[in-house]
Write a protein that binds this ligand. Structure first.
Ligand code: FAD
Length: 331
C-alpha cells in the first residue's frame, strides 16, 4: 500500500480539527479551525513529497484510527475516530496522549506535530504564513542589510584546512556563542567564532521568542530538592537578572528585534495545575521576589480573551522578541 486513501485524509482532517477546533471568542483567532485555515489542501501537497515508506507508515497509522479495533486499541472505544462526537474526539486524543501503550502516545505526538507544523509553515514560495492574517500580524519588516553590523563580526568561509590564530575560539553562533564572542571581543580578546552552518542556524533564530526569567521547567521545590536552597535561590535570581539584562541590552544596543514587554500568561490546563502554580508562585516570591500574580478562571478572559484554562499565572515583566532579528543584532 503506497498512497493514502480518502478515508485516511478525512481521519487526519478530523484529528487536526480536534487539535485546532473552532472556539468562539472575542478576538476571532480561535474561531478558525484547522480546516478553516486550509490544512487539508496543504496536507495533500505534503503527501506528494513524501517517500513511499513514510506514506505507507502514515497510512497504517491513520487506518488504525478509522477502524473499530484500532479505536479500541488506541483510545479504548470501539469506534472510528470520525464517528465520534466532538467531545468524544477530544477525549480519545487525551486518552492516546496518556495511554500506557507507547504506540498510542507516539501516534498522538506524530499527529499533533504534523498538524502544528502544517498550520505554522507556509507552502514553498509563499510569502505569507498561513496564520498571519488570523493573528492580525501584518508581516515582518525587511531584514537589515548584512553589512549593518559587520564592524563587529567579519565573515570568512573556510573551504579547506586552514591555520588561524586567535586568543579564544568559540564554537557555535547561537545566542550563547554570539554573546560570549561579543563579550570577549569587547574585552579586548581576538575571538574566532566557528559556525558549521550559517549565523544563528540553530534554535536561536527559530524559537518562540518568549523572554522570561526561566522559572518554568522546575518548581522552586524541585530546584531546592535537586541543588539545595542556596543554589536554587541563586539560579532563580540569575534568571530574573537575565530577563532584565536582555531587555536593557536590546535597548542599549538599539537592536531592532520587535522587543515587546507584553507579559506572559501561563494557563493551568487542569484545576490541580492551578493549585501547584499558586504554591510555586508563593515560593518564587519568597525566594526571589518574582513579579507575578495568579488569575482565577473567572478573570482570565481579561488577560487572554478565553475561558479555556482553569486560571493561570500572569508574569507582567516577560517579553517577546523576533528571535532571528535578535541573532542578527547580536552578530
Ligand atoms: C522550537 C523551540 C522553541 C523555543 N522557544 C524558546 C522561547 O520562546 N524562549 C526561550 O527563551 N527559549 C526558547 N527555546 C530555547 C532557545 O532557543 C535555546 O535555549 C537557545 O537558542 C540556545 O542557544 P545556543 O546558542 O546555546 O544554541 P543554538 O542556537 O542551537 O546554537 C548552536 C549553534 O552551534 C552550531 N554548531 C553546532 N555544532 C557545531 C560544530 N561542531 N561546529 C560549528 N558549529 C556548530 C549550530 O549550527 C548552531 O548554529 C526554544 C527552542 C526550540 C527548539
Amino acid at each position: 500500500m503506497n498512497g493514502l486513501t480518502e478515508r485516511d485524509i478525512l481521519t487526519f482532517g478530523a484529528v487536526a480539527d480536534t487539535f485546532f477546533a473552532s472556539v468562539p471568542g472575542p478576538n476571532g483567532f480561535w474561531t478558525q479551525s484547522a480546516s478553516d485555515l486550509g490544512l487539508l489542501p496543504r496536507f495533500r501537497r505534503l503527501l506528494s513529497s513524501l517517500d513511499d515508506q513514510t506514506t505507507s507508515d502514515l497510512h497504517d497509522a491513520l487506518k488504525l484510527l478509522s477502524s473499530r479495533g484500532g479505536g479500541l486499541l488506541m483510545y479504548q472505544r470501539p469506534a472510528r475516530f470520525t464517528d465520534l462526537s466532538g467531545d468524544a474526539r477530544r477525549e480519545a486524543l487525551l486518552r492516546m496522549a496518556r495511554s500506557p501503550l507507547l504506540a498510542a502516545r507516539q501516534l498522538y505526538g506524530t499527529l499533533k506535530q504534523l498538524t502544528t507544523a502544517l498550520l505554522a509553515t507556509a507552502s514553498p514560495g509563499a510569502k505569507r504564513g498561513p496564520l498571519w492574517a488570523a493573528m492580525g500580524y501584518p508581516e515582518p519588516p525587511p531584514a537589515p542589510a548584512p553589512e549593518m553590523n559587520s564592524d563587529v563580526l567579519r565573515l570568512t568561509q573556510l573551504k579547506r584546512t586552514t591555520t588561524l590564530s586567535c586568543d579564544v575560539v568559540v564554537v557555535g553562533s547561537g545566542y550563547t556563542g554570539l554573546m560570549g564572542a561579543l563579550t570577549l571581543a569587547r574585552g579586548g580578546r581576538d575571538v574566532l567564532l566557528l559556525e558549521a552552518e550559517s549565523i544563528g542556524y540553530g534554535a536561536s533564530s527559530r524559537n518562540g521568542g518568549q523572554v522570561g526569567s526561566g522559572n518554568q521547567r522546575f518548581t522552586v521545590k524541585q530546584l531546592t530538592d535537586l541543588y539545595g536552597r542556596d543554589k536554587a535561590r541563586a539560579l532563580i535570581l540569575e534568571g530574573i537578572a537575565a530577563l532584565d539584562y536582555v531587555k536593557s541590552f536590546i535597548a542599549d544596543e538599539n537592536i531592532e528585534c520587535h522587543l515587546r514587554v507584553n507579559g506572559r500568561f501561563r494557563g493551568a490546563s487542569r484545576p490541580e495545575h492551578y493549585e501547584n502554580m499558586a504554591r510555586d508562585l508563593e515560593d518564587l516570591q519568597d525566594v526571589g521576589g518574582v513579579e507575578a500574580q495568579m488569575v482565577q478562571r473567572g478573570e482570565q478572559t481579561d488577560e487572554i480573551g478565553s475561558e479555556l484554562y482553569h486560571g493561570g499565572m500572569v508574569l507582567p515583566c516577560d517579553a517577546s522578541v523576533h528571535p532571528a532579528l535578535y541573532v542578527r543584532g547580536l552578530s
